[in-house]
Design a protein around this ligand. Structure first.
Ligand SMILES: C[S@@+](CC[C@H](N)C(=O)[O-])C[C@H]1O[C@@H](n2cnc3c(N)ncnc32)[C@H](O)[C@@H]1O
Length: 308
């Protein structure tokens, strides 16, 4: 049996949370297999529109034959630019279901999974040039230490970075097995978990995942129409913290510095989900990939109404 491209997570929760206006304009920043998009389309009438982004050309084959859909094969960090290009000023809702799709993860040649032997690639977008192997080859010890510490929360990130620098002097680290074998002596705890953290760190760095999320959120706040909603599904705490802080305070810092005139940026979003929405036991059972997902929703406040 052919494997599904991707099973959408928290589908009902996303659709209910977006409170879709049938004639509205919506954006799916992460089209993937199109599971969420198809449900959004079911809730739109003939005047509705759906703009879908995916930086991976593989996603194109999942596009429905539907005149209401516009496909943008680019990074969602350019959200505002492409909406402008399509002459769209404001939208009624935005969805981002972050990370990689099951298709990308299960495709050995993409290099995302520790299960296969393949080149250490990990690019979601083939037009980008930097791969995970390039990072291991070219980054300094300090840079490697920082990404494993920050993006993977790897406990012995300093030792890991030092080990990589030592090994790469004498042997290439181009494939998943070469990498796993090279660092095996410094693995701490459960090797599967350790490799997962290390791979997560590399993937985040290759795709600049935290910065693109921040850029998208800032633009989403601007392009959302009053009363419009944004729904974001995250899969690890680094992303979730960014979304939580932005929805709460309109910025990414725990404490924002005022500008030269003593003003702090006003938050134009109101939190709809006080606590993140998580999958039911039932969903986790049928789709284990949903296990770590968290959905947060916010609404653009109406002019003149204070956020509380
Ligand atoms: C988790 S999947 C989304 C699955 C989708 N919701 C569905 O129901 O099938 C994430 C998708 O978003 C894409 N993606 C991730 N980050 C992106 C970004 N910064 N810009 C554009 N596409 C991105 C990935 O290529 C992948 O296809």
């Amino acid at each position: 049996m052919q494997q599904a491209y991707h099973v959408p997570v928290l589908l009902k929760e996303v659709i209910d949370g977006l409170k879709i206006i049938p004639s509205g304009i919506y954006v799916d920043c992460t089209f993937g297999g199109g599971g969420h998009s198809r449900k959004i389309l079911e809730n739109l009438n003939d005047s509705g529109k759906l703009i879908v982004f995916d930086q991976d050309e593989d996603a194109r084959k999942n596009l429905p034959n539907d005149e209401r859909v516009i496909f943008v094969p680019h990074n969602f960090r350019h959200l505002q630019r492409f909406l402008r290009f399509h002459k769209i000023q404001k939208v009624n809702g935005i969805l981002a279901d972050l990370g990689v799709s099951s298709h990308q993860f299960n495709e050995p040649g993409r290099g995302f999974s520790t299960r296969f032997e393949a080149a250490l690639d990990m690019r979601m977008n083939h037009n980008e040039t930097k791969t995970a192997a390039d990072i291991l080859k070219n980054y300094s010890e300090e840079q490697l230490h920082k990404i494993f510490e920050k993006y993977g929360e790897v406990t012995n990130s300093k030792t890991l970075a030092k080990t990589i620098i030592g090994i790469r002097r004498s042997q290439p680290i181009n494939t998943i097995n070469e990498f796993k074998n090279a660092i095996y002596p410094v693995v701490k705890g459960n090797p599967e978990k350790y490799f997962a953290q290390v791979f997560q760190a590399l993937r985040i760095e290759v795709n600049d995942e935290l910065n693109v999320l921040k850029e998208m959120l800032e633009q989403a706040e601007v392009v959302l129409d009053e009363g419009g909603r944004i729904a974001v599904i995250t899969f690890h705490s680094l992303e979730d913290r960014i979304v939580k802080n932005f929805f709460r305070k309109g910025n990414f810092e725990d404490d924002q510095e005022p500008d030269l005139f003593g003003n702090k940026k006003k938050n134009e979003l109101k939190i709809i989900t006080k606590k993140p929405v998580v999958p039911t036991q039932e969903e986790i059972k049928t789709n284990p990939r949903s296990r770590s997902s968290k959905l947060r929703i916010a609404e653009k406040i109406r002019v003149g109404k204070e956020n509380n």
